[in-house]
Design a protein around this ligand. Structure first.
Ligand SMILES: [Zn+2]
Length: 280
């Protein structure tokens, strides 16, 4: 079983590079949450590497570069499933959001699940998955997500509960294998994580990334390594380097011969041709 890297955001409170201090003290919260997430994951049998930089930064964002470097060192000898960095947000908003860089479908799916779990268990608005160009996301070699659990400087702070937050994050991280408790159906199946497509009930065969694009009832789908259809995320096809977008129903977004299809994604409008390729 591969491991997780759990990284706590910022240096320790009071040092240069520490997080926001308001109704919540971010550095203290991230250290509490990160430690508990690691503990819960270990109880479930996962390997965990906990990264935490306590000393002051001597240059801008030093702690971020250090965590990314440490993570990449670990990845030289261990199979790392995902890098998860924990933060508390600031700016007076409300609700969790999870940041990813670029368009890693693995990171994207974990991000969606963690954000949904946090939003539903804390009963706070779901700000969703956002694409951000951040050091710990763009310098790490493995799929990476950055979790902004809730806000330190709004009424969100009243909802801060270490155990609830740590459990929600863990629930978002571990139910990752295709596994319906109930009967599998031929064709589409779903669980909390997403949708998969069974091609042989008896042997429990299903499409994965190995199978490439699949046309099902006139729509195109693509699946991740775990067998889940990509949903609300980008996909770059290595065969032609084109980017595609899979919508909320896991369908490839496509225009027609006459007109491209325009779609708003993360506050930007993108056009797609009749083959689903993003028109740059
Ligand atoms: Zn932060």
């Amino acid at each position: 079983m591969s491991d997780f890297i759990i990284a706590v955001g910022h240096t320790a409170s009071g040092n240069a590079g520490c997080g926001v201090v308001d109704r919540l003290d971010e550095s203290k919260c991230t250290r509490q949450i990160g430690t508990l997430v690691a503990e819960y994951l270990q109880q479930k049998g996962y390997g965990v590497n906990l990264l935490r930089i306590d000393k002051s930064n001597s240059y801008n964002c030093e702690d971020c570069y250090e965590r990314a470097n440490q993570a990449n060192e670990i990845a030289k000898t261990k199979d790392i499933k995902l890098y998860v960095e924990i933060h508390i947000n600031a700016g007076g908003g409300s609700g969790p959001e999870v940041l990813v860089f670029g368009k890693s479908e693995v990171a994207n799916q974990y991000a969606t699940k963690v954000c949904n779990e946090l939003s539903s268990t804390l009963n706070l608005p779901n700000r969703g998955v956002k694409i951000r160009d951040l050091i710990v996301l763009n310098k790490t070699v493995m799929p990476a997500i950055l979790v902004e659990c809730l806000f330190a400087d709004s009424d969100d702070a009243d909802k801060y509960d270490l155990e609830i937050i740590a459990k929600a994050i863990v629930n978002g991280l571990v139910e990752d294998e295709v596994s319906g408790n109930g009967e599998w159906k031929f064709g589409w199946n779903s669980n909390d994580v997403g949708w998969w497509y069974c091609t042989d009930i008896e042997n429990k065969y299903y499409y994965t990334s190995q199978n490439g694009w699949q046309e099902i009832k006139g729509e195109w789908y693509i699946f991740d390594d775990r067998g889940y259809a990509l949903q609300n995320c980008w996909y770059q096809d290595k065969n032609n380097n084109a980017w595609y977008y899979l919508d909320e129903n896991c369908k490839m977004v496509r225009g027609s011969k006459e007109n491209p299809l325009w779609k708003w994604i993360d506050n930007k409008c993108y056009a797609f041709d009749e083959h689903g390729r993003w028109i740059k």
